[in-house]
Design a protein around this ligand. Structure first.
Ligand SMILES: [Zn+2]
Length: 173
């Protein structure tokens, strides 16, 4: 279904489909719904709005790529890359509740078998959550990598397990 390139609404009705405008911005065709056309009232303003929209989408795509391709490593350097800026230390704490704690005791009594697998799975989830948080914080600092990542599991209160993770957010080239 065709959508308005400005407001994103679906052009469902016969009226919308037949009264929408097609505007070309840097070689790409965009559809503009009748309501947006009326609101913006001139072709110049429509083009301006579309250009802004296109530029915003491109920026978002670049940001998304940067986020997805962020390198996370326990080493202090990245092979083949040069650290150009240090953006600061990033950290996260993930606390898991009573179920994990029960599993630890089960694991201590019976280290082999399903129970310890459950514990490993919980710890794996905690690690990926912690890494995700490091990544988010590094991203907000405009970094594209986190080096020197350290992670420690500690007992936290009586029925909880805490994972502390930290690293240095950097910009690499
Ligand atoms: Zn519209």
């Amino acid at each position: 279904m065709t959508q308005c390139s400005i407001c994103g609404s679906d052009l469902v009705s016969y009226y919308d489909q037949n009264n929408s405008k097609t505007v070309s911005i840097s070689g790409k065709e965009h559809t503009v719904c009748p309501s947006c056309s009326t609101k913006l009232d001139s072709l110049e303003k429509i083009e301006e709005a579309l250009s802004r929209k296109v530029a915003k989408e491109e920026t978002e795509k670049i940001e998304q790529d940067r986020y997805q391709h962020m390198v996370l490593t326990t080493t202090s350097a990245i092979d083949g890359k040069v650290i150009t800026e240090y953006k600061g230390i990033v950290g996260s704490q993930v606390v898991a509740g009573i179920n994990v704690f029960k599993d630890i005791f089960a694991g201590m009594r019976n280290i082999v078998g399903g129970r310890s697998k459950q514990l490993q799975e919980s710890m794996r989830k905690m690690r990926s959550q912690a890494l995700l948080e490091l990544k988010e914080e590094a991203f907000s600092l405009n970094a594209n990598a986190v080096v020197g990542i350290r992670m420690d599991f500690d007992e936290y209160a009586e029925h909880m397990l805490m994972l502390t993770a930290s690293g240095t957010a950097v910009k690499v080239q």
